[in-house]
Design a protein around this ligand. Structure first.
Ligand code: CTP
Ligand code: MG
Length: 392
């Protein structure tokens, strides 16, 4: 029966994130290299029980939202939210009403760690009860604040629960309930809206990991959690060669190195950046530099190779990955690399968006053997290590 039920999700993301501090609204801040909104949308978009995912946003942030949804399946064009969370949810419900689902899940964008188990349980609970919320028993004792700075009494926590999202409903029930409660501003969640319209609300087991990112400290913890998720560690290699030609400098690792020759190539012939780009692309199985930037394409003629490495780093981030290490060995008799090593580390790090401590630059001659030994050109080896979420 469950397969026959159409379930859509509304992800409310129109708030301003006042309590989280910093300039950027919290749903667009990065955690583990991805926006909070993308992390949240992805959890639903990749769940087999979900048909469509609707983001509700502040239209001023349409560009940030567009970047956050690239490549995610089943995500609808965002709709504009309102001045309160309740108004934002209602905007989402009205937008779905032209092609209504049977069930709807309503979720805060600020909860990016929602699990597949919680999503499945929310769907099942809505089917059984019409209105349901994930709930947690309280672990702390609750006190009242009779006057600022003082505490007293407080309710018995046995009879209390803290509730999370996704809250789940029969679509027609919650749409009607929201329409009936327009103008109230004391209803802080959808369970309260359903209840105010006279519907009993069931509880199902919430998840302590499904936190709502609210304060600056929450972001510190979230960053740690996101890094702990990246258990798929991959290393790939890259290799490149360019021949010497008349000139007065070579580009190596994005640094201009004076030399009695230049290097030939379609772009700026930076063997180091090319080898590193291939190594990075290898970690996500995304072909090679020639595939992404064909030498036959005139737009790459004379191009600065920064953009090749930056593109590969962006693809890794879009796959949810983090670059742990970039390593390169330059093979040539001359020029000497040592004097330029630190500048190259810093440049490579800046292009890839990582710390210079994660970049290593080495060099060797080939003892006058082979083409590098005959000073016919320069070769570069590279290795990239990337940490990705484990997805089978
Ligand atoms: N929300 C919304 N529209 C509003 C207010 C809030 O869509 N007018 C969304 C937020 O984007 C968030 C969720 O509702 O995903 C829960 O609200 P909250 O955690 O309070 O987020 P903010 O209101 O953005 O944060 P703050 O209260 O700290 O300003
Ligand atoms: Mg708020």
């Amino acid at each position: 029966m469950r397969g026959a039920m159409r379930t859509d999700v509304i992800v409310v993301a129109a708030g301003s994130g006042q309590r989280a501090g910093e300039g950027m609204p919290k749903q667009y801040r990065l955690v583990g290299g991805q926006t909070v909104l993308r992390r949240t949308l992805e959890r639903f978009a990749t769940h087999a029980g979900i048909r469509r995912v609707l983001p509700v946003i502040n239209p001023d942030h349409a560009d940030l939202c567009a970047e956050s949804v690239i490549g995610l399946p089943g995500v609808l064009a965002p709709v504009a939210g309102g001045a309160t969370r309740q108004a934002s949810v209602r905007a989402g419900l009205e937008a779905l009403a032209s092609d209504p689902p049977d069930l709807v899940l309503i979720h805060d964008a600020a909860r990016p760690f929602v699990s597949a188990r919680l999503i499945s349980d929310a769907i099942a609970a809505a089917q059984s009860h019409g209105a349901a919320v994930p709930a947690l028993a309280l672990v702390d004792t609750i006190k009242a604040v009779p006057e600022p700075g003082f505490l007293s009494g407080g309710p018995n926590r046995e009879g209390l629960r803290s509730v999370q999202t996704p809250q789940s409903f029969h679509f027609a029930l919650i749409l009607a309930a929201h329409r009936a409660q327009i103008g109230r501003n004391d209803l802080t969640d959808d369970a309260a809206v359903a209840e105010a319209a006279g519907h009993p609300v069931a509880g199902f087991a919430g998840d302590p990991a499904n936190v709502k990112l609210t304060t600056p400290e929450d972001f510190v913890t979230a960053e740690r959690n996101a890094a702990a998720d990246l258990t798929d560690v991959r290393t790939s290699t890259g290799f490149d060669v360019h021949a010497f030609a008349p000139g007065d400098h070579v580009m190596l690792g994005g640094v201009r190195v004076p030399h009695e020759f230049g290097l030939t190539g379609h772009s700026d012939a930076d063997v180091v950046l090319h080898a590193l780009t291939d190594a990075l692309l290898g970690t996500i199985g995304s072909a090679d530099i020639g595939h992404h930037f064909p030498p036959s394409d005139p737009q790459w003629k004379g191009a600065s190779s920064d953009q090749f490495l930056a593109h590969a780093a962006k693809l890794v981030r879009e796959a949810g990955g983090r670059i742990a290490h970039l390593d390169t060995t330059v093979i040539c008799e001359a020029p000497k690399i040592g004097p330029h090593r630190e500048a190259m580390r810093e440049k490579i790090a800046a292009i890839a968006g990582i710390s210079p401590a994660r970049v290593s630059v080495k060099a060797t001659t080939s003892e006058r053997l082979g083409f590098t030994g005959r000073r016919e050109g320069i070769a570069a080896l590279a290795a990239a290590t990337v940490r990705l979420p484990w997805i089978d």
